[in-house]
Write a protein that binds this ligand. Structure first.
Ligand code: ADP
Ligand code: MG
Length: 348
């Protein structure tokens, strides 16, 4: 056994997820000419000639990232692929391959893993990527899935988190908050089921938000759309943790501030009605819910005419000087500082 000389015991919750990553990786220096972008963006970018290669990886753990009591394995396989592809698209790149690694306990029969892989296969078909490898091992508790996604991009087209400039427009694809509210409905039904296993939930009025939670899509279509419109965002990030935390990453890395308009945040009517039912503020959900896998980007004002008629893209604010800070402009036109409450996997 390696002797652990470090006697201090700092709880991980003191650092938070991003603090922990920073702390663990702060001594890693980039020494290879081929490493264009290392730790800190949605994906790493490597260069081996004319094309850049994009690499990203995510780990999903049973009980932390998914609950098999309402997550069908097929959907889980699909989602595990999608969350990775989303990080590739967030670089403005084309996803081309994935590897899939799993750790399984003997609680899972072959048929369960066949379901998981049926979902992986479907995602590979839908997003037109090859599954080229992985690893399989046993686990003492639960299921773990790690997917690594690889993509390609011409070097001049890569979009990072750090390119936003004052006066750029802050733009989001699709609508947000749905995945989180879908999870609230599923959690509630799980509790009802525990009390009364014969209850038949009527989930018809939650179809959209439940689908957002169980079968999210990565916005490959938005990357194509931006390309067709000849718009290259100045910065981009995917929304895995909630709008406020992603805006903070983007502004911090770009050294800018922003004004985000509460009344511009795109919400599906099902999100609004479910928030009312649960008595939760929909803006709070949009800012702090997670897992929507939409794209948040900044674009130059010159490009506004190209995107303004597009229903898939909504301008939600604009970039300011760093000194102005990051603010939410509320419906009552008061300005409040944006704070990341986000999804913090380490606090769960
Ligand atoms: P995302 O939410 O887009 O998947 P993360 O917040 O997980 O991004 O990661 C942010 C950055 O930190 C990425 O560049 C990622 O590769 C890197 N990173 C995350 N965890 C680790 C780790 N344990 N060791 C090294 N780098 C890491
Ligand atoms: Mg990301």
């Amino acid at each position: 056994m390696i002797e652990d000389k470090n006697q201090q015991r700092t709880p991980l919750s003191e650092l938070g997820e991003f603090g922990l990553i920073d702390h663990l990786t702060k001594n890693f220096k980039i020494s290879k000419k081929s490493t264009i972008k290392g730790i800190g963006d949605d994906a790493a970018v490597l260069n081996f000639g004319k094309k850049n290669v994009v690499v990203t990886t995510d780990l999903l753990v049973e009980g932390v990232h998914f609950d098999l009591s309402y997550m069908p394995l097929k959907h889980l396989g699909y989602k595990a692929v999608v969350v990775n592809l989303s990080d590739v698209y967030a670089m403005n790149a084309h996803a081309t391959q994935i590897t899939v690694s799993i750790a399984v306990s003997n609680r899972f029969p072959l048929e369960a893993l066949e379901e998981l892989y049926a979902g992986i296969e479907t995602a590979a078909k839908v997003y037109d990527i090859d599954v080229v490898g992985g690893d399989t091992t046993s686990s003492k508790s639960g299921l773990l899935i790690s997917v690594t996604a690889i993509g390609e991009i011409n070097s001049e087209n890569a979009v990072y988190r750090n390119g936003a400039k004052p006066n750029d427009l802050l733009v989001v694809s699709g609508d947000i908050g749905g995945a989180y509210m879908g999870l609230q409905v599923l959690e509630r039904e799980k509790e009802v089921f525990k009390v009364n296993p014969n209850s038949q939930p009527d989930l018809d009025k939650y179809t959209y938000i439940i689908e957002r939670q169980l079968k999210p899509e990565a916005r490959k279509d938005i990357i194509k759309l931006l390309n067709d419109l000849e718009v290259k965002p100045t910065a981009m990030i995917d929304i895995s943790d909630g709008l406020s935390s992603e805006i903070m990453h983007l502004c911090t890395q770009s050294n800018v501030g922003c004004d985000l308009y509460e009344n511009k945040i795109p919400l599906d009517p099902e999100v609004i009605s479910t928030c009312e039912e649960f008595n939760i503020d929909s803006t709070t959900i949009a800012l702090n819910g997670g897992e929507d896998y939409e794209l948040l980007m900044t674009i130059s004002q010159e490009d506004f005419p190209k995107i303004k008629a597009n229903p898939s893209l909504t301008v939600i604010g604009f970039i300011t000087e760093k000194a102005a800070g990051m603010h939410l402009v509320t419906r009552a036109e008061t300005k409040i500082p944006i704070q990341a409450q986000g999804w913090n996997a380490l606090n769960k």
